[in-house]
Design a protein around this ligand. Structure first.
Ligand SMILES: NC(=O)c1ccc[n+]([C@@H]2O[C@H](COP(=O)([O-])OP(=O)(O)OC[C@H]3O[C@@H](n4cnc5c(N)ncnc54)[C@H](OP(=O)(O)O)[C@@H]3O)[C@@H](O)[C@H]2O)c1
Length: 263
């Protein structure tokens, strides 16, 4: 797929995987819509996007989806169409289930699940009208198995698979592609920004993320998966073996995974 002049909307574009995706698509001449809460960080990313002919900054909070239809109309009015939506913005979690107030479980679902659903639904009529479109969903290997300190996070990522795999069948005849991306460990601020039981950030770069694959390498693999019209892609290092282990040897997997340290 040639991304030159394609319109690509990336959420969570102010940091990590989303930022790296912005640079990767800019390099290929794509026009971009960059979203996240921090406008100054979006501006910084925009300044680093060499190669893109046009970039629209659209800051908003994924926890409040009441204005997504207005935002979508803004994008369509500005660019006339939209080719790729990358639902990427999100927050992780580091708290025990017994200590986590239900409000935080809801917050994780709002940001990591409902915002993806809301944005996709608001764009779907346009994709159907165009008879084309690509929806990319950044899930996680935590969308394939549960893990310590991540019950709400893992639930929000599992929910994405149910929703988007069902929707994929419905929009197949409209020439709309759905790609599920399951990163393992990627070196970003995800652990620093993860919420704890008090609602405060963990504020710690975990060792496993420090040593992990770079956001740039992750973004390159996502771009490749889009261009190959893949349904699902797993990206990361040795931690991806856990997905295979659960699939083929579930009992052994459960015995091993409960002893694996969270960080
Ligand atoms: N890094 C990994 O190891 C890993 C593994 C599996 C899956 N993932 C997934 O990858 C995606 C990107 O995460 P990352 O690793 O790049 O982490 P990151 O560096 O912390 O970036 C998270 C991005 O999401 C945005 N965001 C967070 N809460 C938001 C909200 N309420 N409204 C709008 N934007 C919000 C942040 O922007 P603002 O703060 O400016 O709003 C930021 O741009 C997430 O969905 C994450 O679950 C990451």
């Amino acid at each position: 797929m040639n991304f030159n002049n394609k319109i690509v909307w990336i959420t969570g574009a102010s940091s990590g995987i989303g930022e790296a995706l912005a640079y990767a698509f800019a390099k290929q001449g794509a026009k971009l819509v960059l979203s996240a809460r921090r406008e100054n960080e979006l501006q910084r990313v925009k300044n680093g996007c060499t190669g893109s002919p046009d970039i629209l900054l659209l800051p908003f909070d994924l926890e409040d989806t009441s204005k997504v239809d207005i935002l979508t109309q803004q994008v369509i009015k500005y660019f006339g169409r939209i080719d790729i939506l990358i639902n990427n913005g999100g927050i992780s979690q580091r708290s025990l289930t017994k200590d986590t107030p239900i409000e935080l479980d809801r917050k994780l679902m709002e940001v990591n699940y409902f915002s993806y659903v809301a944005l996709t639904k608001s764009l779907l009529p346009q994709f159907i009208k165009q008879n084309s479109g690509h929806i990319v969903v950044i899930s996680s290997i935590a969308g394939k198995f549960g893990f310590h300190l991540r019950s709400g996070y893992s639930a929000s990522k599992h929910a994405l698979h149910g929703f988007f795999e069902s929707m994929r069948m419905e929009v197949y005849d409209n020439n709309i592609q759905v790609l599920m991306v399951c990163p393992g460990k990627i070196k970003t601020n995800v652990s620093i920004n993860a919420i704890t039981e008090s609602g405060a950030k963990l504020n710690e770069m975990e060792a496993s993320h420090e040593k992990a694959m770079s956001g740039e390498d992750c973004a390159a693999q996502i771009v490749r998966a889009i261009s190959k019209n893949k349904y699902e892609v797993f990206i990361g290092g040795g931690e991806l073996n856990a997905v295979r282990l659960k699939r083929f040897f579930p009992n052994l997997f459960f015995r091993i995974i409960r002893k694996v340290k969270s960080n």
